[in-house]
Design a binder for this molecule. Structure first.
Ligand code: TYD
Ligand code: MG
Length: 453
């Protein structure tokens, strides 16, 4: 009888028996039965030659390799300044978010500048890829196209094409290798196939881009299954109903993580957004209670976003909390601090908090702006339109400093803001910006003009 094992299609954890919930990642109904891969024989271990090198000896020959610049600046920046030869990059995201579009655009731009690039699609026929390219005005760029799903075929194609500089595979979920019996889309197939391609890239010096769909129901293996195989992982995000798309680096061996690239989906593909702050702030002419502008930093770039809060009388039972774009636990903490340290009775109210434009904010420095928006909505007093906020709130109610104040303030001045509510010890001087240092939530409440309630 063939040996089988039970593998979670979301995270790749192997279990000895089937269960409804994966203990490793918490996913429900994600475990399915697969043929167990052949164990690594002791031969495989014996064959390794244990040659070691001294780090300092590598110095001269191992200079930082030249990056391959695609010419889509937002994409290049998120990669850490272009693609590294021999590196593997994974681009994950929900179906339909625009992964194929961005990759095709990056390849087309790279090929136009004289590089060799190949795009292999396992999902669309050549005719479909071509019609998409012509709609985006890219049909004249010299990208090689392929339509294949079998890894052995793909490797043969790549060798015949003399290892192009940039290789894109769309998507990993369609890949399969004849070496395994499992169906395409299972963890075993996705991992083994991706591994073969990554190994090819490392030995040939090509830059490999793998595209992976994020799956919610676990019917096919998600990008998590290959994250550890690749050098960099980028996620392409976008709220439904918003035309903005954000490319975010979550792992990068060759550059900073948390770097984001902002795009806008148009009728002719994705357009780069050079000044995202202006986009996320939108039209802020009507100053109404409950909004505050956060001077944030995403990766290496400052970004201003609007935090919107609504505090309302609760209906029956437990007060409602709904958060979009921010951490629920963080909101609960701010509400508790405002309540017990500042005497603002928001805890018992229904509270809604939204980051405008579909952005997800992870920085603790957003606390001050969120608190200001909450106080403003609670008191019904609009905050001054020309003011930005940044600073972390501690459980004691003190305001703690945030990194890189100068970058934040300069961006705010550029967008026409004149006042910044900042942590007490911020000494940064920026021309055109008046600082309002606050030491605790009491100071913030006083600034918001809500002290008398
Ligand atoms: P696609 O790149 O196929 O998504 P993915 O590969 O992540 O599944 O993008 C598909 C969506 O993008 C689709 O809903 C239509 C939209 N789109 C545009 O709005 N304009 C365009 O020029 C293109 C190519 C796609
Ligand atoms: Mg696609």
């Amino acid at each position: 009888m063939a040996k089988t094992s039970f593998v979670c299609q979301s995270c790749g954890a192997v279990h000895s028996k089937w269960s409804g919930k994966c203990d490793a990642c918490g996913g429900w109904n994600t475990i399915s039965e697969e043929a167990a891969p052949a164990p690594l024989g002791s031969n495989a271990l014996k064959r390794q030659k244990g040659r070691v090198f001294a780090l300092e000896d590598l110095k001269t020959e191992d200079k930082e390799p030249a990056r391959r610049i695609t010419g889509i600046h937002e994409f290049d920046r998120v990669c850490g300044g272009g693609l590294v030869p021999g590196c593997a990059l994974l681009v994950g995201g929900d179906p339909g978010v625009g992964k194929s579009t961005i990759i095709l655009q990056a390849l087309a731009s790279f090929a136009r500048a004289g590089g060799s690039a190949i795009y292999i699609s396992g999902e669309e026929s050549m005719a479909q890829v071509r019609s998409r390219a012509s709609r985006m005005g890219l049909s004249d760029s010299p990208v090689a196209l392929g339509s294949a799903t079998c890894v052995e075929d793909i490797l043969a194609t790549l060798e015949k094409a003399k290892s192009p500089s940039v290789i894109a595979i769309d998507s990993i979920q369609t890949l399969w290798t004849g070496a395994l019996e499992a169906a395409p889309g299972t963890v075993a197939q996705v991992r083994t196939s991706s591994f073969d391609l990554v190994r090819f890239a490392k030995s040939s010096g090509s830059s490999l881009i793998l595209v992976g769909h994020v799956t919610k129901d676990g019917q096919i293996a998600g990008p998590k299954a290959v994250e550890h195989l690749v050098d960099a992982v980028l996620y392409f995000e976008g709220e439904r109903g918003h035309q903005f798309r954000i490319l975010r680096a979550v792992k990068n061996r060759f550059g900073p993580t948390d770097e984001i690239g902002v795009f806008e989906m148009t009728g002719k593909g994705l357009a780069e957004v050079a000044n995202p702050s202006a986009l996320f702030l939108g039209d802020r002419n009507s100053a109404s209670p409950g909004t505050a502008v956060f001077a944030g930093i995403e990766g290496t770039r400052p970004l201003l976003v609007e935090v919107q809060a609504l505090v309302a009388q609760p209906g029956y039972g437990t007060p409602r909390r709904a958060v979009v774009g921010w951490d629920t636990g963080r909101l609960a903490m701010i509400l508790a601090v405002l309540d017990s340290r500042g005497g603002v009775g928001v805890s018992a109210q229904d509270v809604y908090l939204n980051i405008a434009g579909g952005l997800k904010v992870g920085e603790p420095a957003a606390d001050l702006a969120s608190a200001a928006a909450l106080i403003s909505s609670f008191a019904g007093i609009a905050l001054p339109k020309d003011t930005v906020f940044f600073g972390e709130i501690s459980l004691t109610g003190d305001i703690r400093p945030a990194p890189q104040p100068e970058l934040r303030l300069k961006e705010a001045v550029k967008l026409g803001f004149t006042t910044a509510v900042v942590p007490k010890d911020t000494k940064t001087e920026v021309a055109g910006m008046t600082l309002k240092p606050v030491k605790d939530v009491g100071d913030l409440i006083a600034f918001c003009g809500a002290g008398e309630r």
